[in-house]
Design a protein around this ligand. Structure first.
Ligand SMILES: Cc1cc2nc3c(=O)[nH]c(=O)nc-3n(C[C@H](O)[C@H](O)[C@H](O)COP(=O)(O)OP(=O)(O)OC[C@H]3O[C@@H](n4cnc5c(N)ncnc54)[C@H](O)[C@@H]3O)c2cc1C
Length: 424
């Protein structure tokens, strides 16, 4: 007589959060023959991923792998295991496996050829569904006790039991896309160690005059060199582009340094960073040009002839008074070392990504909670940050894969134990 042995591949696996980290976990698990259920509070999956597509969908970066790994700041060590199993090259192979070739842009960033997220996401989800992944949308996870998981749905609260759960709930930037950071309350109540969620890759507030703001909001400031020293006295200096906004300043150049500037602001407000507004002209040359006789020309007309007008000239007027503006030495010095006073970070809701989150010391090597066996956590909800450049998507998807592989081992181990114990 054949015994009816339960198939361990029938294990109930829930993935809560249908962002790229959760979807990658679903892919690995469904490829291994499981049928994970993906829950999300929103009516559709991958809303932030789609938003990333509006900027061209920078999937990863082509730089040397060791340099790539160093982009995760203090979390490099914790991220390394994930990146070893899902590297930037694997990201490109993955996109290709879905039918989307990638290319390396001039800055080394990697994009899909069409630079769009929607077709890629659509194909990915179709493939997951065809491979036994189920989706439950409009299921807002509100808590768990013992082995019961609760969701608020449009029809009221629903409860489930699962064998394994992955939490892939994201950070708290752009909350309108689904990641609200509400999970921090739930997990804190469980005694888990969570560092405060803070903005990463964000703009900064500057007290520019109303006249300046009204005139120059949304004006790019090209070819400027940003310099400052971080809290450890390491000097940073980089050429790039900023965008003047109605509140202050944003853009890739400042995003790339936003972690260090946020840390300075956490210690002391305001914080001053310096801009070289005339990178191709030395201070002595500027002094010489500014010292020339201007005759009856107005100061503005004279400056304009030297290429000093628009946003640059108005920035000068923000920090120097009329008397000072007529001193060539001071003007030249200020143009080469312009003090930009940053008052505070823009709010987390506006940031591209989130710093802080569930600390790695809550988790084992497979991203399973040490205090809650069978519960894994992945993605931007964990306590790491990275600058823009494809490091975010690569990091979250790598962790999705890491946790899913951990689950395969975990379920196999439990199954083997049950067989040995004779409980199957
Ligand atoms: C404007 C913008 C542009 C970006 N561009 C890029 C880029 O080009 N390259 C790059 O690498 N990164 C980019 N990013 C960052 C990248 O999109 C994120 O790092 C990534 O989406 C995080 O993945 P995740 O799976 O961890 O979380 P998310 O994508 O945030 O997904 C989390 C999911 O969990 C769901 N959820 C949250 N709470 C609950 C709950 N209680 N119950 C049920 N479901 C819940 C949410 O609805 C969401 O679907 C960009 C981000 C923004 C905002």
């Amino acid at each position: 007589m054949t015994q009816n042995i339960p198939n361990y591949k029938d294990s109930k696996i829930a993935i809560i959060g249908a962002g790229p980290s959760g979807l990658m976990a679903a892919e690995v698990l469904s490829n291994a023959g499981y049928a994970p259920i993906v829950f999300d509070a929103k009516p559709s999956a991958g809303r932030k991923f789609l938003q990333a597509g509006r900027g061209g969908l920078n999937l990863t970066h082509s730089e040397d792998f060791s340099v790539f790994c160093s982009r995760y700041f203090e979390a490099q060590h914790s991220m390394q295991k994930a990146l070893n199993i899902f590297s930037p090259d694997n990201m490109r192979e993955w996109a290709k496996s879905l039918g989307f070739e990638t290319f390396v842009g001039s800055s080394g960033k990697v994009y899909p050829l069409n630079k769009k997220a929607a077709p890629l996401l659509r194909t990915w989800i179709q493939k997951l569904k065809a491979n036994n992944t189920k989706f439950k949308m409009n299921y807002n996870f509100i808590g768990f006790s013992k082995d019961v998981w609760k969701f608020q749905t449009p029809d009221g609260v629903e409860q489930f039991k699962f064998d394994v759960v992955i939490l892939a709930l994201g950070g708290a930037s752009w909350p309108q896309l689904g990641s609200t950071g509400e999970w921090t309350k739930t997990l804190k109540e469980k005694g888990l160690n969570i560092s405060e969620l803070r903005p990463a890759n964000m703009g900064f507030n500057v007290n520019h005059s109303k006249v300046f703001k009204d005139k120059f909001s949304r004006t790019p400031l090209k070819n400027v060199q940003l310099s400052f020293s971080d809290i450890n006295d390491n000097h940073h200096s980089k050429l790039g582009e900023l965008l003047v906004t109605e509140f202050g300043i944003e853009g890739n150049l400042i995003y790339a340094h936003s972690k260090y500037i946020r840390e300075l602001l956490e210690l002391k407000t305001p914080t001053i960073v310096y801009l070289d507004l005339f990178v191709h002209t030395s201070e002595s040359k500027l002094r010489e040009l500014l010292s020339a006789q201007r005759g009856k020309q107005s100061l503005s007309a004279f400056w304009k002839r030297l290429g000093l007008d628009g946003v640059r000239a108005s920035l000068l007027r923000e920090v120097l008074d009329n008397n000072e503006l007529n001193k060539p030495d001071l003007v030249a010095k200020t143009l080469k070392n312009y003090p930009l006073t940053l008052e505070s970070c823009r709010p987390l809701q506006e940031a591209i990504s989130t710093a802080g989150g569930l600390k790695f010391d809550n988790l084992d090597d497979n991203l399973m909670l040490k205090d809650f066996t069978g519960v894994f956590c992945v993605g931007e909800m964990l306590d790491w940050e990275a600058q823009t450049g494809g490091y975010l998507l690569t990091g979250v998807m790598a962790q999705g894969k890491q946790a899913a592989l951990g689950i395969l081992k975990y379920l196999q181990k439990n199954h083997d134990k049950d067989l040995t114990d004779g409980s199957l």
